[in-house]
Structures are given as structure tokens and as C-alpha cells.
Design a protein around this ligand. Structure first.
Ligand SMILES: [Zn+2]
Length: 301
């Protein structure tokens, strides 16, 4: 088995992005399919369909970043908020289907791995990454290592008894409920009616529309409250913001987020607050999944 190339898969709430990745983390070829969300069976078929065109000869392993809670010892997906994947050993299914080692990790942990090794967090020993996409994912690098455990940073409370969270989450006022791409969709609908989206919100902000700018600053405000709290827990050298919405809206979210985070964080951690955009953009999850696959090959040896 050649270990020059692997396949990384970024399983998102709206699309499944698969790519063949080389040892330097370069994406050589990519294939994308919409995420089937009507049933687990269709979702699994979608994952296989995303991988299949890339699974030729010379692929050494598969790595997946999935928006799910995992059993650390077995890699089994225990449950998911935004996709229909519950109590299922996706790793075993794919290892059997494609005949290569398979590594599965939480999607935001995988994005944190990529940004730390190859992106905005290069050289840092401590960082927090938040992905603002369909949901809000969190990943942490702590004392020079990716934290592989539970880091559901999107489900911290930023508005007590606030708006209900998404999917199967029963919480209220979670960061995900107020700062995800879905939350931005809802903010846009509130302003311009049904069918308005986060894209429209960001587009109008780019044109200087004051209501759009205000709505995004409001989201940035709550994002900053969460970042301030994470600084008080992890004291990161930087906070990296990724995800489709997070990257597209960064210039409108960050100024307010920075101000609030500075107010909430304690000295001396707050002195060096850095909130930066993910450098690998929407490829962070894909590339991180590839890095994970290379780790899986190394472990097999
Ligand atoms: Zn939640």
C-alpha cells in the first residue's frame, strides 16, 4: 500500500467534501456531493458516493472529520446534532468497503489540526478554533497537542434562556444558536422575510447596508462573549475562526467580537488577544482529515 496519498473527507451538514491529499497536505483532486439528511442509510450512501471516484490505486488510508460525538476508544459515532448519524461504526463500514485504514475524528478537531499544522496556527502551542458553519464546532490545541476529547465549544451558553439551539440539542442560547450560519440565516429572514440567507446578509453588509452591519455586529458581540470565556479557560495564543459563514463574515464579526472578548477576558491573557481567520478556508476540514489519515498509516506500522 502506497502512503503517498490519502483521502480526506469533510462531512458537513450541507455537503460532503472528499479530496485526495498528499503528505504535505496539498489537495490534489476533490469531489463533492450534497449531504443526504433524510435517513442514516442515505447519508452512508452519500459518504461512499463522495469517496468512490477518488478511491483508485495508491490510496493509503481514509480520514474523516464528522460533526458527531465519538467514542474515543473505538471511533464509533455516538450521536450528531445536524446529521442523521447515531450509534454507528462508520470507521468499520468504510474500512471494509475500501480496504484501507480509516480514522474518524470530530470535524472541528480535524480543522483545528489542519490550521495548527499548516494554517493560521502554525507554531502556536495553544489555540482555540471555532468553525461557524451549519453549526458551531470547536477544537483546541493545548500545550502543543491536539486535544482529542470532548470540545463542544459551540454548545456553551452565551444568552441564558436564549433562543433554542439546533437539531437534537435541547439547550437554549448556545453559541451555535446565535452565531452559526443557520443563526445568520434566521437573522436575515427576520430582516427581509422567508428565504433570506446568511449569504444575503453578508452581501448586504459588503454594500454598506446599516441593518445588515448591525445584525452581523450583534452576532460578533455574542461570538466575542464566547471567545472571552474560552480565553479564560484555555489562554490561547490565538483564536482561529473558520467555517463557511465565519470566513465570509469575518470582517463584520471580528471588530465587535474583539472588543467584547477583551472586556470579558482576564489579565494577562487578554493582553494578547488575537482573533484570526482560518487560513485554509473551507479546505481546513478536508486537509485535517487527510493529516489524520496519514497518522492512521503511521499507527498501522
Ligand atoms: Zn446546543
Amino acid at each position: 500500500v502506497s502512503a503517498k496519498q490519502v483521502i480526506g473527507v469533510d462531512l458537513g451538514g450541507t455537503k460532503i467534501l472528499a479530496g485526495s491529499i498528499d503528505v504535505d497536505g496539498r489537495v490534489l483532486e476533490r469531489h463533492e456531493v450534497p449531504t443526504p439528511t433524510s435517513s442514516q442509510e442515505e447519508l452512508l450512501e452519500g459518504i461512499v458516493a463522495a469517496i468512490e471516484p477518488l478511491a483508485g490505486t495508491g490510496i493509503g488510508a481514509l480520514g474523516l472529520g464528522i460533526p458527531s460525538v465519538l467514542d474515543r476508544s473505538t471511533g464509533r459515532a455516538l450521536g450528531s446534532i445536524n446529521i442523521p448519524l447515531t450509534d454507528f461504526a462508520l470507521n468499520d463500514l468504510l474500512a471494509e468497503r475500501f480496504g484501507v485504514p480509516v480514522a474518524v475524528e470530530n470535524d472541528a478537531n480535524v480543522a483545528a489540526l489542519a490550521e495548527w499544522k499548516l494554517g493560521a496556527g502554525r507554531g502556536a502551542d495553544n489555540l482555540v478554533l471555532l468553525t461557524l458553519g451549519t453549526g458551531v464546532g470547536g477544537g483546541v490545541v493545548f500545550d502543543g497537542a491536539l486535544y482529542r476529547g470532548w470540545a463542544e465549544l459551540g454548545h456553551v451558553v452565551v444568552v441564558a434562556d436564549g433562543p433554542p439551539c439546533q437539531g437534537t440539542c435541547t439547550g437554549r442560547g448556545h453559541l451555535e444558536a446565535v452565531a452559526s450560519g443557520n443563526a445568520a440565516d434566521r437573522a436575515a429572514e427576520k430582516l427581509w422575510g422567508e428565504g433570506a440567507t446568511a449569504e444575503l446578509l453578508v452581501g448586504r453588509a459588503e454594500e454598506g447596508d446599516p441593518t445588515a452591519l448591525e445584525a452581523l455586529a450583534g452576532i460578533g458581540h455574542l461570538l466575542g462573549a464566547a471567545i472571552g470565556s474560552f480565553i479564560n479557560v484555555f489562554s490561547p495564543e490565538l483564536t482561529v475562526i473558520g467555517g463557511g459563514f465565519g470566513i465570509a463574515a469575518s470582517e463584520f464579526l471580528f471588530p465587535e467580537a474583539h472588543e467584547v472578548a477583551y472586556r470579558e477576558a482576564l489579565e494577562p491573557a487578554r493582553a494578547g488577544i488575537r482573533i484570526v481567520k482560518a487560513e485554509l478556508g473551507s479546505d481546513a476540514g478536508l486537509i485535517g482529515a487527510g493529516l489524520l489519515a496519514f497518522e492512521a498509516i503511521a499507527q498501522e506500522r
